[in-house]
Design a protein around this ligand. Structure first.
Ligand code: GLV
Ligand code: GLV
Length: 323
């Protein structure tokens, strides 16, 4: 019987999936396992199911000598130091596929809300500034015929492309290597260079992982290259965008709006973004539907059960020998 640490209160059939193992989890009413109990439990735990806001690095792993698997409750795994886990022979898994549609849906939500100026209209109404129907009130963007630029045509980027076609948008994408012909046909997306994508798209949406290369991909220069009255959407990772530069561009009136679900230093939000009526903001809820969060929990638990039983899960991002 192995000890498995579940770092947060999670939905789904985790106990059934991990039957036969000793589970350490938050006690009601805790939402998360306090750091001291996490540290204590990791001394002899073999599995860890963790949230993306916990850094999995040497400092934590030095206190977890028996750990064999880290299941990250997210598709992104920039919180995990893969060199540190690989040195210790620890398998790392993520939760791909199950959250693709939910995240693509939230991307569309933010895009539509920013393009149609939802926060500004709502504020006008609630603050008593609405004097009735007017022909040129809060003029917005037509999505039909507009160009959507997708940075990263992975699973989520592709799901966004399919949705955008339903709105009559033209879709271009950028990615280090071209997508397959099947993917390009299914999404109708045409590959262009990043600079062209940024300079010609009416909406730019980010679907790339946070790495050393993608940090501040949207810096002041790239944001300035965006079309006047364009929209930027980010449901990937905050590190991709220079938030201060973005806030300045919004203040200058260069962009029609932005839709952000992720931030550079969560849960902190740049004060100028929080204050901007042109910013549609959500607190990192891309995968937060009932069905998706349940599926993520069960997938993560299953990957731990698999590794402890000597099986290789399909959703491995790093495993001993694969580096
Ligand atoms: C959430 O941000 C995830 O990576 O799943
Ligand atoms: C607007 O409400 C319209 O009917 O055109």
């Amino acid at each position: 019987m192995a000890k498995v640490v579940i770092g947060a209160r999670l939905p789904g059939r985790i106990d059934q999936i991990l039957a036969g193992h000793e589970i350490v989890r938050p006690a009601e009413p805790e939402a998360e396992l306090p750091r001291a109990r996490l540290t204590e439990a990791l001394r002899d735990a073999e599995g860890l199911l963790t949230l993306l806001k916990v850094r999995i690095d040497d400092a934590l792993l030095d206190g977890a000598p028996r750990l064999r698997v880290v299941a990250n409750y997210a598709v992104g795994y920039d919180n995990v130091d893969l060199a540190a886990t690989a040195r210790r022979g620890i398998v790392v898994t993520n939760t791909p596929d199950v959250l693709t549609d939910a995240t693509a849906d939230l991307t569309m939500t933010l895009m539509l809300a920013a393009a149609r100026r939802l926060p500004e209209g709502g504020a006008m109404l609630r603050e008593g500034r609405w004097r009735g129907w007017e022909p040129e009130q809060l003029p917005a963007m037509d999505l039909g015929g507009a160009q959507l630029g997708i940075v990263g045509l992975g699973r989520i980027g592709q799901a966004v492309a399919r949705r955008a076609r339903g709105f009559g948008m033209r879709v271009v994408y950028t990615q280090r290597s071209a997508a397959t012909a099947e993917v390009e046909a299914a999404t109708g997306a045409r590959r262009v260079a990043l600079d062209e994508l940024v300079a010609t798209s009416d909406v730019v949406t980010l679907h790339a992982p946070a790495t050393a290369e993608t940090r501040h991909l949207m810096d002041a220069a790239r944001i300035a290259q965006m079309k006047p009255r364009a929209v930027l959407v980010n449901t990937a990772r905050g590190a991709l965008v220079d938030e201060a530069a973005l806030a300045a561009a919004l203040d200058r009136g260069h962009l029609l709006g932005v839709g952000l679900d992720v931030f550079e230093d969560e849960p902190r939000v740049h004060p100028a973004l929080a204050a901007s009526p042109r910013a549609v903001l959500m607190p990192h809820l891309g995968s937060s539907t009932v069905g998706t969060r349940t599926a993520m929990a069960e997938l993560a638990a299953q990957s731990i059960a698999d590794v402890l039983a000597g099986r290789r899960p399909a959703n491995v991002v790093s495993a001993p020998g694969s580096h």
